[in-house]
Ligand binder design. Structure first.
Ligand code: MG
Length: 386
């Protein structure tokens, strides 16, 4: 993808960078095929300031068993990316992100945070929403899906009732963390109680390859919209078998981080769809590249996320706004339904089950600085070279 030429004309320098490591309390425990989240989520927030006083925010939302650690992402931003950014012109956007991609291996969440902050900053200076700097808008709202991952199913049933009252009609059942009977019971109950509910399934790699075909084929009889990542990320062979034996769409999530994985996934025919996350791809532009490669093979995409605040949700929203192929909705529910308190000034906007794409400059929301300090477990604003 080529960077918008308006950005390459911004002559202003970046003069300050601040990084926060936050621990944000959540309202319930959530179990997944690869691990549990309870008590709080941890994210890294970066704030860039330019010579004119314009500000850009970005977020890295790591999860240790999936993408990486908060400590690693904090260090990637604070120690390794800081020298690339301070004193650099915003016009050097592509050079900054290019160097960041090479200077630290992995830590795709930190790379997404840096790119988001640069886009937010450029958007504020150019008075344009981030989507307008990414491409052509193809949608103004995105269907929201909310994941059901509470080991206490009664609590999830109450959540579904609330979601229905709010106009949200898509849920994704997290499976593979307890046993197959528990998974069948939950999908059966939800199908019976809410015949019109759009149900998706996500194993988060929770099945052993030896049991995968049997378990997935039984789940398949309930005709979910898709079944996501039944087996471990590198087991392309079983993914490929499941794709052939399953009627529902088989989605790859952990198997596909960036464009390189997408190409291999297509070559080995492991999926009918893909979950795209900026935290996996390392930013919106690489996420859009995944979407484009998938589109060329008629593979639709879903807008997944990690455990995020409204800042990362907004970055994902701007990305999906310009991608016709990310057509299976999005998962940006944490700010509204999972965090005790988000860090945006005004709530992340969901109307009648649809995430709204902002048209204001940058990401389109203000961030509450008091909340960043309130939830910080670490932060820096070091003396930096100019
Ligand atoms: Mg998933």
């Amino acid at each position: 993808m080529v960077l918008n030429s308006a950005i390459t004309a911004i002559d202003e320098k970046i003069i300050d960078m601040k990084v926060w490591h936050l621990a944000l309390p959540v309202n319930s425990r959530r179990d997944h095929g690869i691990g549990t989240v309870a008590n709080n989520i941890e994210v890294i927030i970066v704030k860039l300031t330019s010579e004119s006083g314009a500000i850009g925010f970005g977020e890295a939302s790591p999860w240790a068993p999936f993408t990486g650690t908060p400590e690693g992402n904090f260090a990637a931003l604070d120690r390794y990316f800081r020298p690339l950014v301070i004193g650099a012109k915003i016009a050097d956007f592509a050079s900054i992100t290019g160097k960041a991609a090479r200077i630290v291996i992995h830590n795709t969440e930190a790379k997404a945070a840096l790119e988001t902050a640069l886009f937010d900053l450029a958007g504020h200076i150019l008075r344009k929403p981030v989507w307008a700097l990414l491409g052509e808008k193809c949608r103004s709202e995105i269907h929201l899906s909310v994941s059901l991952a509470n080991p206490d199913f009664a609590s999830d049933l109450s959540l579904v009732e609330k979601l229905q009252a709010d106009g949200v009609n898509i849920v994704k059942i997290k499976t593979g963390f307890k046993d197959h009977e528990f998974d069948l019971m939950r999908i059966r109950k939800l199908r019976d109680k809410y015949p019109d509910l759009n149900i998706r399934i996500d194993y988060n790699q929770g099945l052993d390859s030896r049991e995968a075909v049997r378990c997935v084929s039984e789940i398949d009889t309930f005709a979910p919209t898709f079944i996501e990542q039944p087996v471990v990320a590198h087991d392309f062979k079983t993914m490929s078998t499941l794709r052939k034996t399953t009627n529902s769409l088989l989605l790859a999530d952990e198997s596909v981080f960036g464009p390189e994985d997408m190409r291999r996934a297509l070559n080995e025919e492991i999926c009918d769809g893909v979950s795209i996350k900026i935290m996996k791809s390392g930013g919106m532009m690489r996420g859009l590249e995944v979407a484009e490669i998938a589109a060329n093979h008629n593979i639709p995409a879903y807008g997944g996320d990690m455990f995020e605040t409204g800042i990362a949700h907004l970055a994902g929203t701007h990305m999906i706004a310009v991608s016709p192929n990310i057509s299976l909705g999005c998962e940006f529910y944490h700010a509204s339904y999972y965090l005790i308190e988000d860090i945006l000034e005004e709530p992340f906007v969901i109307n009648n089950g649809m995430v709204q794409v902002p048209d204001q400059p940058g990401l389109g929301h203000n961030i509450n600085l008091d909340k960043l300090d309130k939830y910080a477990v670490n932060s820096t604003n070091r003396e930096t070279r100019q």
